[in-house]
Design a protein. Structure first.
Length: 562
């Protein structure tokens, strides 16, 4: 399954500043001056660097297993190793901890996974939001293409144009050669030679051309800034305060227990959780009554989650309960706690809203696109949209059709079935002689006709049944994405697993389209990622391959654009 791993070198480097801030501001040690802060800063870099060798080993194994449980276990081990390194550094730098060495290891083993998982969730959420934003941007471009009739207007001017013209020339030339062979008496036709020519065209011309188009695909769609995502997540959506508060309370308890004692840690964890949830419920009540709008409600929740706990600490709690009499320290402490709470809120909202309140998020994206007056679109964007459609067509329909002809010729060569061989060559001629750029943009057949074309294209090689009656009701771009991935999945099952029986089924659950491709044949090996992998990664929300008994099962999810 293509999920966001919780271990990567990118996350390792992104968590360095987090490690620095947490170790500097941690309450489990004493800092009496600038020299102490400097030494703790040095220790944070030493501790983070010390886990690098163990991190490399853990990354090697977690990549192979690809399981969140294994990732979590590895992160706990890495946290413990970091704790040991901190204990060693404390002795070397002669620093003053407030907790035992064992508790520091325990604390680190709990803390480090939270940083990695939190940042991983934020990074993946941001990536998914950007994909959604770009998909909407691309749909707007296609709408303008349709209105202007400007498909592929930039093909001659883009960097991949020459390779496409070369491909068109090569396919037309091979079509002419095959037509001449069909005019010869059956006994004089070398079907094995024609099969090799088709395969050679796929390897030398077709795959490089489609890969070049896909890799060169760029839109001038602005990147969604972090500030935009924060605004959408924290100010325009209902906050996941209860989830964040319950998730954050154990972190407070563990962090304060070692240095301030269990009594203070329990009181502070309960107080923070109770106040945050109470503030949320009260503000949401005012929102439901129409007294506050969404933005004001969220600002009130975020602001009061800092002010009310601070007032409670300064004016209500007994003075001997808190470890300092300094008002500035109390303000700084509460600011740190509230900031952590907001970061948890940001992570929960970004991760969960994309699936549960996606229509609202997409409406925000629509407003961003229209508000920035991005239309009319540039010639570059119009050409790029044509390029991605052409890349999908070349890699999908064109390649699948030629591979089917090649496999039929291979079978005919072994069995001596000349009728089957000539049928395969005629199919190849029909496919090769098309204007590929034009065909990629003029596929106006209904989804069911296109699905039937996939089934019939492999007839004689594999029995492919597809049952997706609800596909006709979807928006065109979603239909195209579903069909492209089905075409790719079916082709891979036949090419790599030698499948002879394939069934495609699916269902729609809200905004999610769940597709499953079952096939017989041998197990499929994990090869180096190619364009097919990129298609699934870019178009599917998630996907996974599994082997169940004698069956290969490919499942993927796509979100509908209604």
């Amino acid at each position: 399954m293509k999920r966001t791993p919780w271990l990567s070198w990118r996350l390792y480097f992104l968590t360095i500043p987090v490690d620095l801030v947490v170790l500097l501001l941690s309450s489990d040690h004493a800092s009496t001056g600038s020299n102490d802060f400097f030494n703790w800063a040095i220790l944070s870099f030493i501790a983070h660097g010390s886990i690098a060798p163990v991190f490399a080993i853990a990354l090697f194994f977690t990549k192979k297993v690809n399981s969140w449980k294994v990732d979590l276990f590895a992160l706990i081990i890495l946290g413990a190793v970091r704790g040991v390194a901190i204990d060693a550094g404390i002795e070397i730098l002669d620093l003053e901890p407030k907790v035992s060495a064992l508790y520091k290891v325990f604390n680190s083993a709990i803390s480090l996974p939270l940083w990695f998982i939190g940042i991983a969730v934020f990074v993946e959420s941001r990536r998914q939001y950007q994909r959604e934003f770009q998909a909407i941007f691309l749909r707007h471009i296609r709408d303008e293409q349709t209105a202007k009739g400007s498909h592929n207007q930039g093909l001659n001017g883009n960097p991949a144009g020459e390779s496409i013209r070369d491909l068109q020339s090569a396919t037309s030339e091979l079509a002419s050669e095959i037509e001449k062979a069909l005019d010869l008496p059956t006994t004089q036709v070398n079907y094995s030679k024609q099969k090799n020519k088709i395969q050679d065209l796929i390897n030398r011309e077709l795959r490089p051309a489609s890969t070049k188009l896909w890799n060169g695909f760029t839109l001038s769609a602005p990147k969604l800034s972090t500030s935009t995502l924060i605004r959408i997540s924290l100010l325009e959506q209902k906050l996941k305060v209860i989830s964040a508060a319950l998730f954050f309370s154990p972190y407070i308890l563990i962090g304060l227990n070692g240095s301030q004692g269990l009594k203070f840690a329990v009181i502070e964890a309960l107080l923070a959780t109770f106040l945050n949830i109470s503030i949320f419920l009260i503000c949401e009540t005012f929102f439901k009554l129409g007294v506050l709008d969404r933005k004001t409600t969220n600002i009130a929740i975020l602001g009061l989650s800092f002010i009310l706990p601070l007032i409670t600490i300064l004016l209500i709690l007994p003075a001997n309960l808190f470890w300092t009499d300094s008002i500035a320290t109390a303000v700084f402490y509460q600011l740190f706690i509230s900031s952590c709470h907001i970061l948890f809120l940001l992570g929960f909202n970004l991760y969960r809203l994309l699936g549960r309140q996606r229509s609202i998020v997409l409406a925000d994206f629509e407003r961003i696109i229209q508000g920035k007056e991005l239309s009319p679109f540039s010639n570059h964007d119009l050409a790029a949209a044509g390029d991605v459609d052409l890349a999908r067509y070349l890699h999908g329909e064109l390649q699948a059709g030629l591979i089917a002809s090649s496999l039929l010729l291979e079978r005919a060569s072994k069995t001596g079935d000349t009728d089957l061989a000539r049928h395969a060559l005629r199919n190849a001629v029909d496919i090769l002689s098309q204007d590929h750029a034009q065909t990629s943009q003029s596929r106006v057949s209904s989804p069911q006709v296109r699905l039937e074309k996939i089934s019939s294209g492999w007839r004689g090689i594999a029995n492919v049944s597809i049952n997706l009656d609800w596909l006709d009701d979807l928006e065109t771009s979603t239909q195209n994405n579903v069909i492209v991935l089905i075409d790719e999945g079916v082709s891979n099952a036949i090419r790599h697993a030698k499948a002879s029986k394939i069934s495609v089924s699916g269902s729609r659950l809200g905004v999610d389209l769940l597709i499953e491709i079952q096939s017989d044949g041998s197990g499929m090996k994990e090869n180096a990622p190619g364009l097919g992998t990129k298609l699934f990664t870019e178009l599917a929300t998630n996907w996974e391959y599994s082997r169940l008994g004698e069956k290969n099962i490919l499942r993927f999810t796509i979100r509908a654009n209604d």
